[in-house]
Design a protein around this ligand. Structure first.
Ligand code: AMP
Length: 604
């Protein structure tokens, strides 16, 4: 293995790398740095996120840049504002001992005048999102006539996001003599077309096999049905006591729903998707980086610029539409030498896609079993005991309280004390998983029913048998409220003057809202519904304590009894057939003109 010095970098650069803690070059750096320094031939690099590709293209550019000229000599395009900022900051770190080198980062959703001022002062290296870069070229604030290097970073993602026209414009504004460096994790047809049309006999390098996943990532799949998908996700989170993960979803709506459900169930989770304003996105990402948020539920595009090196898991709640994107997702973990696990939750229908992914990543998936309640309790309990063992006692601080505590607990022996303390911390969890079913047994009727319980909200409705209500009529009444497509209705209990019914928890708020807004009546009686108290407090147990403890299960109606008149039905005939923008894969909300995320698009 060579050193950075041996790759041809000068002292002023290697000194900065030492400060950053970069000891040896990564594979892509070892291949790209000498190539770019020694040759002006175009370069096509297959590189995942997390392989060190930013340094792979920036260091040889810094090595060769003319510090004494103020002309823009390198333009680096990146798909998102976050990634652009990250690249800009990395280059500034690398150029710490090259004081005359100036880097300008330009992106939409931020004051363009400030960026024009930065450019006027002279920046040898410009990092930008495609839209804003074109805007600045059109305003003649950015002049690319002297560019020697054009870097297209995450080219596949830029094309995915619809930046083809912008790329064409930037390419047109640069001289023919430049060296084009194209970095991409995948090479679909569109990226190959860019390489063909704009590059001359490029040299190809890879950071391993093309598209291959990192060796530090283990790939696991768990079989689920639509009903067990969310409970399985929770169990995977619960069994991994120190989880720090991104849960990937396909659409903004799915993202928000999964995040809402996790938050409702007491997890320290948040959502990141294109419907959020830039300020909201920055705040969520900040919290996730600081680990105040433990589970980030995100769309592919929104999570792009997030550089977090120590994720324990990437969880694919649903697989991406384009299978190549799996490598982007799984590449978020196992970064910078740490190990990670990439999990996919797949239904029978999606199972065939596992083979397709295996062919791309050149690795086998391991089938995981959704953990049982017992396994989870055992793991959590041992985690708690470990924490107790490792807790440092600050005797001087607690000394004054101890005598009265000892006095109060005088009658308890060691065993009783341990039992009480474990129960105090653990009752909620134990009762939640007390009768937990086997989620791996997808065909079992029992499994489906019990799972339904975990996912259902029980409503009270003020009409009953005396109003001639029966289960069929109640389902009809629910259907008429247009709550959503194919909403699951669980058990129905018809009593004399009132009744109960269960609805998929995801639709709890919509159900309440629909009945409130529609003000339906049934046989002349105005109908109203309420979430039953039992649902809100079922399962007993205290609220969670520290932010890193497992979810609070006291909001989910656990340990519920099954009703006599149980019927699990799927309502039909809902008319909400419109496909909303948030149901489509999240392409971000870039303002194509500015290249930024400034606008907030609201769901109708
Ligand atoms: P990148 O693929 O450029 O996003 O880099 C992924 C992460 O690896 C970043 O946090 C970099 O700071 C880090 N990194 C890149 N190159 C090296 C290196 N040679 N040694 C240690 N860390 C590195």
């Amino acid at each position: 293995m060579s050193t950075f010095l041996e790759l041809g970098l000068k002292d002023s650069i290697t000194k900065a790398l030492i400060d950053l803690g970069y000891e040896t070059p990564t594979v892509i750096q070892e291949k790209a740095i000498p190539q770019i320094i020694s040759s002006t031939t175009d370069l096509k690099a297959f590189a995942q996120t997390g392989t060190g590709k930013t340094a792979a293209f920036s260091l040889p550019i810094l090595e060769q840049i003319d510090e004494n000229s103020k002309n823009t000599q390198a333009i680096i395009l990146s798909p998102t504002r976050e990634l652009a900022i990250q690249i800009g900051n990395n280059i500034k770190d690398f150029a710490k001992y090259l004081p005359k080198v100036k880097v300008a980062t330009v992106y939409g959703g931020s004051n363009i005048q400030d960026q024009i001022r930065d450019l006027k002062r002279g920046a040898q290296i410009v990092v930008g999102t495609p839209g804003r870069t074109v805007d600045l070229i059109n305003r003649r604030a950015l002049k690319l006539g002297n560019v020697q290097w054009l870097v297209l970073d995450e080219a596949d993602e830029m094309l995915n996001m619809g930046f083809k026209d912008e790329l064409d414009k930037v390419l047109e504004a640069t001289p023919e003599t430049k060296q084009t460096l194209l970095f991409s994790a995948t090479f679909p047809r569109e990226v190959e077309a860019i390489a063909r049309n704009y590059m001359t006999t490029p040299v190809e390098i890879t950071s391993g096999q093309k598209n291959q996943g990192s060796d530090d990532v283990a790939h696991e799949y768990y079989m689920v049905s639509e009903r067990t998908r969310y409970p399985a996700l929770k169990r995977i989170v619960d069994v991994n006591t120190d989880i720090y993960a991104i849960v990937f979803c396909r659409t903004r709506r799915e993202t928000q729903e999964v995040a809402n459900n996790l938050i409702r169930d007491g997890y320290v989770a948040d959502a990141l998707h294109g419907d959020l304003s830039q300020a909201q996105r920055d705040s969520v990402m900040g919290k996730f980086r600081k680990k105040t948020v433990q589970i980030l539920v995100a769309t592919d595009v929104a999570a792009r610029g997030l550089d977090v090196t120590n994720l324990t898991h990437v969880i694919n709640h649903k697989l991406p539409d384009q299978i190549e994107n799996y490598t982007h997702r799984s590449g978020r973990t196992g970064r910078a030498g740490s190990k990670g696990i990439s999990v996919i939750l797949v239904s029978n229908k999606e199972k065939g896609r596992i083979r397709a992914i295996e062919r791309i990543i050149k690795k086998k998936f391991i089938e995981g079993k959704v953990p049982s309640g017992k396994e989870i309790c055992q793991n959590q309990l041992m985690h708690l005991i470990d924490k107790v063992q490792n807790t440092e006692v600050n005797e001087s601080q607690i000394a004054e309280f101890l005598p009265s505590i000892y006095e109060k607990l005088e009658g308890l022996n060691r065993e009783e004390l341990i039992q009480k303390f474990v129960s105090l911390e653990f009752n909620t969890f134990l009762s939640y998983y007390e009768n937990a079913n086997d989620l791996n047994n997808l065909s079992s009727r029992d499994s489906a029913r019990r799972t339904t319980d975990e996912n259902m909200t029980r409503f009270f409705i003020n009409i009953g048998r005396k109003d001639s209500l029966n289960p069929g009529k109640l389902i009809g009444l629910i259907n008429e409220q247009n709550i959503g497509d194919k909403v699951d209705i669980g058990s129905i209990d018809i009593l004399d003057t009132f009744s109960f019914f269960e609805i998929d928890k995801n639709y709890q708020e919509k159900t309440l809202e629909a009945f409130l807004n529609n003000e339906p009546d049934f046989n002349g009686r105005s109908v109203n519904i309420e979430i039953t108290k039992k649902e809100r407090s079922g399962g007993g147990g205290g609220r969670r304590r520290g932010k890193k403890s497992f979810g609070n299960r006291d909001g989910g109606g656990f340990g519920r009894r099954r009703s006599k008149e149980t019927s699990s039905r799927r309502s039909e005939g809902f008319s909400d057939k419109k496909r909303r923008s948030s149901d489509r894969p999240d392409r971000g909300t870039q303002d194509k003109r500015t290249g930024g995320f400034g606008r907030r698009r609201r769901e109708r």
